[in-house]
Design a protein around this ligand. Structure first.
Ligand SMILES: NC(=O)c1ccc[n+]([C@@H]2O[C@H](COP(=O)([O-])OP(=O)(O)OC[C@H]3O[C@@H](n4cnc5c(N)ncnc54)[C@H](OP(=O)(O)O)[C@@H]3O)[C@@H](O)[C@H]2O)c1
Length: 270
């Protein structure tokens, strides 16, 4: 069961907002938009949708130029519409660009929830619907049983989680893999990353983000510092050659004894 794909393109780097709340979250979102971030990732579970909404308004970008993503907490199953309306209200927007199931439930639970997601899209409350932290078999099960494939699966992605099979599986179904936790889930001190960064005169964080670009995987990265937010947008200013990409790919395989590493099934939900 293939998806219809996304009705928009996710930017190479989106702004992550996990663990930021209140005035800090609002300020960082505003600064990020001013720097050029156009996709903001939050979640009902982060408890910051109101602050993120304030930052979005202060950022001054036109609503149609922004992509706003939030995630539905699986423990709210049964209260999908109420939770969505509250997210819209807190964020201060009339629609979401992307609404994700934050983490899978059992197959029946995910299906029941997904049916409400499909309704929300049909009503125009969200432009696209997707999942997060789902394994490929869970994605296939949901798509087969509902007849609607998710447009996105947001999963932990990075050398430690590198899984060519996941990317191929999703690409064949027109499902966009969006990475999360590009830094916090990876070994930033790994000698291959450090050597690559030194060769390019870049930071390890920038190398990791560029490695995502080389794999065609948009990612969600968090920083609370304007300088680091700006540095994380510099991924288009340099590139990695295929041998460098391959060397970074091997980091996860080395750590786990095979491709994919410990989080190939999607990683933790946060
Ligand atoms: N779907 C899910 O279940 C899920 C799970 C986890 C995360 N996410 C999303 O993905 C986002 C990113 O993941 P994350 O929050 O775990 O962390 P992350 O983006 O992997 O790493 C953030 C950490 O890296 C530091 N950092 C960022 N850029 C840097 C740079 N250029 N140089 C040095 N340090 C830098 C930040 O510090 P400073 O802030 O001090 O710069 C912060 O400590 C989340 O915020 C959330 O939106 C989703």
């Amino acid at each position: 069961m293939n998806g219809d794909g996304l009705p928009f393109t996710l930017p190479r780097v989106s702004l992550g907002t996990w663990r930021m709340r209140g005035p800090e979250a609002a300020t960082v979102v505003r600064e990020a938009i001013a720097l050029g971030y156009r996709c903001v990732d939050t979640a009902t579970g982060y408890g910051n949708e109101e602050a993120v909404g304030a930052g979005i308004r202060a950022g001054g970008a036109d609503r149609e130029d922004l992509l706003i993503v939030t995630k539905f907490p699986e423990e709210d199953a049964g209260r999908e519409r109420e939770t969505l309306l509250r997210s819209l209200d807190l964020l201060g927007v009339e629609y979401l660009d992307l609404w994700l199931i934050h983490a899978p439930l059992d197959a029946d639970g995910s299906l029941a929830l997904w049916e409400r997601f499909v309704e929300a899209r049909e009503k125009g409350l969200v432009r696209a619907i997707g999942v997060s932290n789902f394994r490929p078999d869970q994605v296939d099960d949901l798509a087969a049983r509902s007849g609607v494939a998710p447009a996105v699966n947001q999963v932990a992605f990075g050398p430690r989680h590198f899984d060519p099979a996941l990317a191929g599986h999703h690409a064949a179904r027109r499902i966009t893999v969006q990475g999360h936790s590009p830094f916090s889930e990876n070994d930033l001190a790994h000698p291959v990353l450090r050597a690559t960064a030194e060769r390019h005169g870049r930071g390890v964080h920038q190398v990791l983000l560029r490695w995502h670009v080389e794999h065609g995987v948009p990612t969600v990265a968090k920083s609370a510092s304007p300088a680091r937010l700006a540095a994380n947008l510099e991924v288009s200013e340099f590139s990695l050659d295929p041998s460098e990409v391959a060397a970074i790919d091997r980091i996860g395989a080395e750590a786990s004894g095979g491709p994919g590493g410990p989080g190939a099934s999607g990683g933790r939900a946060s």
